[in-house]
Design a protein around this ligand. Structure first.
Ligand code: HEM
Length: 441
């Protein structure tokens, strides 16, 4: 019975010390033992509910999204950086979502594919081949070139995009202390505050002049900067410059690290899956040949898409989606009170044996149309679900296919050393060790 399972309050399994040592291992065991029923973790004063079964996940993220807003835990400190626009909640978030969403629609993104390819191909060609590359850094560099094109139509220097990347990483790292201590008021200094101030200055220095210049000169480039600068709300009012900045940096933060992390996992996983890697290489050779990759190639890169889907199943960068209840609710028989934290974990849902055969096995064939058809739609949620579902999922898929095709049509990547496929927890799910590749032409 589910209420009893929830009451079993996994204090015994999920002790704080063990969680610190091997958090994913502990969570994985709890999820497997509870077979996806709602369980309560006992972390001393913090006792969140862990929700993994597809129908429960849909309840929290989609059907009762109003009861479980993005509040508390990591959201409050994040809002200091990202503002209360697209990364926020409530009425302001809804307004921004409606303004931003058209720029991420499949139709709009598909129109940008050749421009993205033109940014990706030289970025991939610039990878060194005389020594191993550090995969996460190189994937980040390539993703920044895509962002520069899609967000700014290349109207800002590449160095400035890299500076934004360093600043957001610095800010998110600096906010870690505030995330762990959400009850400490902003007026009380904490470690990371100085980094935070420096990094927010960089964001202002890079973005505010670009926003002002865009508004002065007008123009109708099909990029996110133009669209946000011109967007009007229901009353016909334009967004203040600072809100355009907030949304740009929120979209930047949402779209860069997650994509670079997913691509890092891809190259790591492929090295241990020679049959998959061969098939992927064959598909790219047949479809793209010696390149360069173009928009017309994408529909035929079917296996590439399935491989990416399987990477996001086993290693979803957004491994944890926290919510805070603002009203009482009945969650699968478990009484939830206002203020309770509810944790949805795509990582755990993607590994529930009830929905996935041999879940630890890397098997892109799970995503053939036939096999996907029989699956609960809530069992796969690398991009979240409900009203906050990721706006960038199509952009990611297109961008990642282009990058994989550009790399494989030019190089034969080989992993250096034997880094483990065990993840390390942070705001996103990253490989525990550095991943290095030797690229041979
Ligand atoms: C592998 C790549 C990506 C992954 C795994 C990912 C994952 C997610 C997840 C799990 C959420 C839901 C968060 C929640 O419900 O609280 C989300 C939201 C979001 N993502 Fe992504 N994302 C990826 C790429 C991107 C890209 C490329 C962009 C855009 C440049 C983007 C923009 C957003 C935005 C704006 C939201 C918030 C939507 C809202 O609250 O209305 N993401 N993403």
């Amino acid at each position: 019975m589910e209420p009893k399972d929830a009451d079993r309050s996994h204090g015994r399994l999920g002790t704080f010390a063990r969680l610190l040592r091997d958090p994913l291992g502990v969570l994985d065991r709890i999820a497997a033992r509870s077979d996806g029923t709602v369980v309560r973790l006992d972390l001393g004063p913090f006792r969140p509910y862990l929700v993994t079964r597809p129908e429960h996940v849909q309840h929290v993220l989609r059907d009762r999204a109003g009861t479980y807003p993005r509040e508390g835990m990591m959201w409050k400190p994040m809002r200091r950086l990202l503002g209360n626009g697209i990364a926020g909640e409530g009425e302001a978030w809804g307004r921004h979502r409606r303004m931003v969403a058209p720029a991420f629609s499949a139709r709009h993104i598909d129109g940008l594919v050749d421009g993205m390819a033109a940014a990706i191909v030289p970025a991939v060609e610039a990878c060194r081949t005389d020594a191993p590359i550090e995969v996460y850094a190189e994937m980040t560099r390539i993703v920044h070139r895509v962002i520069r094109r899609v967000f700014f139509s290349d109207r800002i220097p590449a160095d400035d995009v890299d500076r934004l990347g360093t600043a957001t990483t610095g800010i998110l790292g600096a906010l870690a202390a505030r995330m762990v201590l959400p009850f400490v008021p902003d007026s009380v200094p904490l470690p990371g505050d100085a980094t935070y101030r420096r990094a927010t200055r960089t964001v202002d220095e890079v973005l505010l002049p670009v926003v002002r210049e865009q508004r002065r000169r007008g123009g109708d480039e099909p990029d996110i900067l133009t669209m946000l600068s011109q967007a009007r709300d229901e009353t016909g009012a334009r967004l203040p410059d600072e809100q355009v900045r907030d949304d740009l940096i929120a979209l930047f933060a949402a779209g860069t690290e997650s994509t670079a992390v997913a691509l890092t996992w891809l190259w790591l996983v492929l090295d241990g899956q020679p049959a998959v890697a061969d098939r992927l290489r064959t598909e790219v050779a047949e479809v793209v040949g010696a390149g360069p990759v173009r928009r017309g190639h994408l529909p035929a890169l079917r296996y590439t898409r399935m491989v990416l889907q399987e990477v996001l199943r086993l290693y979803p960068p957004g491994w944890l989606i926290p919510r805070t209840a603002v009203a009482a609710d009945d969650l699968a028989g478990v009484p939830i009170r206002p203020g309770d934290t509810v944790l949805v974990s795509p990582y755990l849902t993607h590994r529930l044996p009830r929905y996935w055969d041999d879940p630890a096995r890397f098997d892109p064939e799970r995503f053939t149309p036939d096999r996907s058809a029989g699956r609960h739609p809530g069992a796969y949620l690398p991009f979240g679900a409900g009203p906050h579902r990721c706006l960038g999922s199509h952009l990611f898929t297109v961008e990642a296919q282009l990058i994989v095709a550009a790399v494989l049509s030019r190089y034969r990547p080989r992993l250096v050393g034997t880094p483990s496929v065990r993840p390390r927890l942070g705001a996103s799910l990253r490989p525990r060790q550095r991943v290095r590749l030797q690229l041979a032409a």
